[in-house]
Design a protein around this ligand. Structure first.
Ligand code: PGA
Length: 254
């Protein structure tokens, strides 16, 4: 299957500057992306430029992503960062629709649609996250919820832009909890997601889209999760903050 394996580290609001650079530097000495596999780190914004500089010096092909962006290109939006600004700092990816932003900052599909458009217009690639809560899973509405998030967020997306989208299925109940979806649960949802993309766009687009699993991915469960037919890598939170754990997860994807 002609799609990329992607392992992305979402550092969230963690690490002070020296530790962030140290982590990036340690990773850069041991990791290198390839044609079929891409490693991405998403640090806090103040660290992006020095980390990119470090990676450039080490001549390493690890991509750098941001954890959010604004819908507008510039203007009176105190505290916000535009996709264009990120692109001007050589940021390659932006995570959008993470459940923490949906839950804590009230981000909905309408807003995310605009953020996705803004990111793509600026030339960024998007990791678009979807996932249900435990309540929704228990009430058998996980698929409907994920479908709504997926088709809602991607509604206005031009088919030609799809190659710049990576999807991440992150069941909310598995994020930072140590509870992981079983490989079967992950595979089932990933297959449904791919099906939705095939129905809305084309089978070719669906087959070419990387769908990452996220939610307590650790060295001990990465291999079996990534071994599922429709799981094309992971979006990793806590374990991406530890060099050895993140390396083990990257190695499990190969
Ligand atoms: P976790 O976070 O790996 O710590 O569960 C994943 C995420 O929020 O992307």
């Amino acid at each position: 299957m002609n799609r990329k394996i992607v392992v992305a580290g979402n550092w969230k609001m963690n690490l002070l500057y020296p530790d962030a650079v140290k982590l990036a530097s340690a990773l850069s000495k041991q990791v290198s992306s390839s044609r079929s596999m891409e490693v991405i780190i998403c640090p806090s914004l103040p660290y992006v430029t020095p980390i990119l500089e470090q990676l450039r010096q080490d001549n390493r092909d690890i991509s750098v992503g941001a954890q959010d962006c604004h819908t507008e290109t510039s203007g009176a939006y105190t505290g916000e960062i535009s996709a264009e600004m990120l692109a001007s700092c050589w940021v390659k990816y932006v995570i959008l629709g993470h459940s923490e932003r949906r839950a804590q900052f009230g981000e909905n599909e309408e807003l995310l649609r605009d953020k996705i458009q803004a990111a793509l217009s600026a030339g960024l690639k998007v990791i678009y996250c979807v996932g249900e809560t435990l309540e929704q899973r228990d009430s058998d509405s996980a698929f409907e919820v994920v479908k709504g998030q997926l088709l809602g967020g991607l509604k206005a997306l031009d088919v030609t832009k799809f190659e710049h989208i990576t999807l991440a299925y992150e069941p909310v109940w598995a994020i930072g909890t140590g509870k992981t979806a079983t490989p079967e649960q992950a595979q089932d949802m990933h297959a449904e997601i791919r099906n939705l993309i095939a129905n809305k766009y084309t089978q070719e687009i669906a087959d070419g889209t990387s769908i990452l699993y996220g939610g307590s991915v650790k060295p001990h469960n990465a291999e079996v999760l990534f071994g599922q037919a429709d799981v094309d890598g992971g979006l990793v939170g806590g374990a991406s903050l530890k060099v050895d754990d993140f390396l083990a997860i990257i190695n499990a994807s190969g």
